[in-house]
Write a protein that binds this ligand. Structure first.
Ligand SMILES: Nc1ncnc2c1ncn2[C@@H]1O[C@H](COP(=O)(O)OP(=O)(O)OP(=O)(O)O)[C@@H](O)[C@H]1O
Ligand SMILES: *[C@@H]1O[C@H](CO)[C@@H](O)[C@H](O)[C@H]1NC(C)=O
Ligand SMILES: *[C@@H]1O[C@H](CO)[C@@H](O)[C@H](O)[C@H]1NC(C)=O
Ligand SMILES: *[C@@H]1O[C@H](CO)[C@@H](O)[C@H](O)[C@H]1NC(C)=O
Ligand SMILES: [Mg+2]
Length: 398
């Protein structure tokens, strides 16, 4: 008993110490106006260094388009994931913290929680809650591990991601278009419930067009709506399209593009449409599923096709998607041909030299429908920069 109390006490002390240091740091930054808020916003660099074993390789969880991610343990005993943003943002610390403040207000059970940031060292860092079961791609695209994802779990992931996206599009304090919905950005909690990660990151890098990430491209292109890939037209329906591709991946247990499966099956969307037309949709269902609710699976496939319609207006919004998934009596409309062409499959390899002049991507005109059109220019550069959400500065206002 005494030991437990002592433990609690020292944790509390460590916590208070951190707080105090945070307070001093803020004072130095000259932001006395909102001390209470910023108190919860900043982590000391020192705290994060200690938490991650000085960003040791052993603590590294992965490396994405923005930089490496480390597992850490902060003094209050909480496990965290620290994302080092290797792109040095052109905006100042003030703008950076304003964006982080906004993101801190974006809270939902199907979104990874942001806990705060650190803007002290050479790199900006974001601190997130740690999720123990990695990301969806880790399970889904592995023959053995995918058996952990039974149908009930998969259906829960399909509905959970829909719920998180609905929140981002319609309910959050500010509308967020994610732009990078894909299996590796769906993290799983201890019960394999889905949480969307990396939402709002594009907002942190307005006009930062010099730092390109070649490896972002190959994995992401198959999820991109054609009008976004080809013309830079961004709207909530961009996310709906990516969500549709993700749903088909969850049902089929395969990646949206897999050359090894042969010309007929290589493109998941193309193959699904072929099966649907032939009345054989259930052939798509992952063979590693021992059991499966066929009604739900058929609904998911039809929903996936609807979300991937070529014509933007033919895609449901997330409100409708959520309704379709939660109501038994809802009859789904018949999908037409999905947007198979123009998703930018050309960009599997590239060079960085052509990318330093992608300022065109920073010019955007926002309409009050929440849709955005990036101004034209060199199509290679446009398409390239759009592939990487980290370089875009498109406003996402309502
Ligand atoms: N909050 C977290 N909890 C646990 N693991 C995480 C967390 N955030 C990220 N990871 C792990 O770190 C890996 C890298 O994440 P990161 O977001 O940098 O890359 P990515 O999702 O593959 O690409 P992108 O940059 O396009 O998002 C993820 O695949 C995941 O396994
Ligand atoms: C998910 O994480 C929890 C807690 O860490 C663990 O007990 C469980 O085995 C994990 N599930 C899978 C399928 O790995
Ligand atoms: C779609 O599938 C057909 C075969 O079913 C194939 O001939 C065609 O090339 C595919 N198209 C695309 C864009 O993958
Ligand atoms: C981008 O916007 C700036 C400022 O509004 C303008 O000067 C420039 O000409 C625009 N560039 C393009 C390619 O539209
Ligand atoms: Mg990610």
């Amino acid at each position: 008993m005494v030991h437990v109390l002592m433990g609690l006490f020292s944790n509390l002390c460590a916590c208070l110490q951190t707080r105090l240091r945070i307070r001093r740091h803020n004072a130095a930054e000259g932001a006395p106006d909102d001390v209470v808020e910023t108190n919860d916003l900043f982590f000391e660099l020192r705290t994060l260094e200690l938490a991650t074993n000085f960003f040791s390789e052993l603590n590294q969880l992965g490396h994405g388009g923005f930089g490496p991610v480390y597992k850490g343990l902060i003094p209050n005993g909480q496990e965290v994931a620290v994302k080092k943003l290797s792109l040095t943002s052109r905006q100042g610390i003030r703008e950076f913290t304003n964006e982080v403040k906004l993101l801190l207000k974006i809270q939902h059970k199907n979104l990874v929680s942001l806990l705060g940031c650190c803007a002290q060292g050479p790199e900006m860092m974001l601190v997130y809650e740690y999720l123990p079961n990695r990301s969806l791609d880790y399970f889904l695209f592995d023959k053995v591990k995918s058996t952990c994802l039974d149908w009930t779990t998969r259906f829960r992931i399909v509905t959970g991601v829909a719920r998180g996206l609905l929140y981002l599009h319609e309910e959050a304090p500010e509308r967020i278009i994610h732009r990078d919905i894909k299996a590796s950005n769906i993290l799983l909690d201890e019960n394999l419930n889905p949480k969307i990660s990396d939402f709002g990151l594009a907002r942190l890098f307005p006009g930062d067009d010099t730092h390109m990430n070649t490896f972002r491209i190959s994995g992401t292109y198959g999820y991109m709506a054609p009008e976004y890939a080809m013309h830079g037209y961004l709207s909530v329906k961009t996310d709906v399209f990516s969500y549709g591709v993700l749903v088909l991946e969850i049902v089929s247990g395969r990646k949206n593009h897999d050359r090894q499966l042969g010309a007929e099956k290589a493109d998941l969307l193309n193959y699904t449409w072929m099966l649907y037309q032939g009345g054989k949709t259930l052939e798509l269902v992952d063979p590693s599923l021992a059991r499966c609710n066929q009604d739900e699976a058929a609904m998911c496939i039809q929903l996936g096709l609807l979300c991937c319609q070529q014509n933007i207006a033919d895609r449901p919004d997330m409100n409708s998607v959520h309704l379709m998934l939660s109501s038994d009596s809802f009859t789904l409309p018949k999908p037409g041909k999905p947007g198979i062409q123009g998703r930018g499959g050309r960009w599997t390899t590239t060079t960085t030299s052509a990318l330093t002049n992608s300022a065109t991507a920073t010019n955007a005109s926002t309409t009050n429908t929440g849709a955005t059109r990036v101004s034209g220019g060199n199509s290679f550069i446009d398409e390239y920069s759009r592939n990487s959400m980290s370089v875009s500065s498109i406003e996402e206002g309502r």
